[in-house]
Design a binder for this molecule. Structure first.
Ligand code: ZN
Length: 279
């Protein structure tokens, strides 16, 4: 799949108003709404077969909708049990293989928990596993970008710096920047023009203009406390300064996919797209 030539807006999963809950119907609805992309939610397991993936590929091509994949939630590359680490790698692998057949380029996942380990030790473990997986995917001709997501809780591996560093260190790995999670993880910071600007600057410094031209983002409203993320909210019910975020994305000429994870996924995706286009 090609890198997008502009900033695309879309929904996490099928839009709320989709006639049916399946992905084909979701792609049609994304198109009707005037949105540009959709994230396939494999969050409870990769249950999709190859035949369905082929149909989704054709539909997405026909409607010119870009697809990405969210891998299962149950992934922990730093599990204390080695079988669980192996199963986690396999879930990302299967998400990549089936996602690739769907035509998805970006494969998003929550990488790991720290448990009681030092962050540096967890980084080394996650990086080693992702390097192996990236080579395996390349050997098998599966062309995807693995996207460790910035996580919403301090107990989860996946700070902005950690995920950007994975992108610097490993081929075919780039971060998924979840702005709601960064806001929740910092207990209310990361929510102004200047803070969003600093985030983009870090990405540009570490990954170059190329990094800004190949972004994958999650945005939604969010409720949070001292321990970080509680649950997702609609933008208007939250304190997320999305208009300032849109301004920063415009100022940095960011290209890529912006996936809306609000409960009203399509309403907020459209709200952000209109705000962005109005700047
Ligand atoms: Zn996620």
């Amino acid at each position: 799949m090609m890198k997008p030539s502009r900033l695309l807006f879309g929904t996490a999963g099928t839009p709320k108003s989709s006639k049916k809950r399946n992905s084909i119907s979701g792609i049609e609805r994304v198109k009707e709404l005037g949105l540009d992309c959709m994230e396939l939610e494999f969050v409870r397991g990769v249950k999709m077969g190859e035949a369905t993936a082929g149909k989704i590929f054709e539909k997405a091509e026909e409607e010119q909708i870009a697809l990405s994949v969210h891998a299962p939630y149950y992934i922990n590359l730093n599990s204390l049990e080695s079988e669980k680490v192996d199963a986690s790698v396999e879930r990302i692998y299967r998400s990549s293989r089936i996602g690739n057949l769907c035509g998805a380029r970006n494969i998003v996942f929550h990488p790991a928990y720290y448990h009681k380990d030092r962050p540096e030790k967890v980084y080394d473990k996650v990086a080693t596993l992702l390097k192996e997986l990236s080579s395996r995917l390349t050997d098998e001709g599966i062309e995807v970008i693995l996207r460790p997501e910035t996580t919403g809780k301090g107990t989860q591996f996946g700070s902005l710096e950690e995920n950007v560093r994975l992108g610097v260190d490993i081929d075919n790995v780039l971060p998924c920047i979840d702005f709601a999670h960064l806001h929740a993880r910092s207990n209310g910071a990361e929510n102004s023009y200047d803070e969003f600007y600093t985030t983009m600057e870090l990405i540009e410094n570490e990954l170059g203009r190329e990094g800004l031209h190949d972004m994958h983002m999650h945005v939604s409203g969010i409720e949070y406390g001292k321990k970080g993320e509680r649950n997702h909210l609609n933008l208007d019910d939250s304190d997320l300064q999305y208009a300032e975020l849109m301004q920063v994305l415009k100022d940095f000429k960011v290209k890529g996919l912006l996936i809306c994870e609000s409960p009203d996924n399509e309403g907020d995706a459209l709200l952000m797209k209109k705000t962005y286009e109005g700047l």
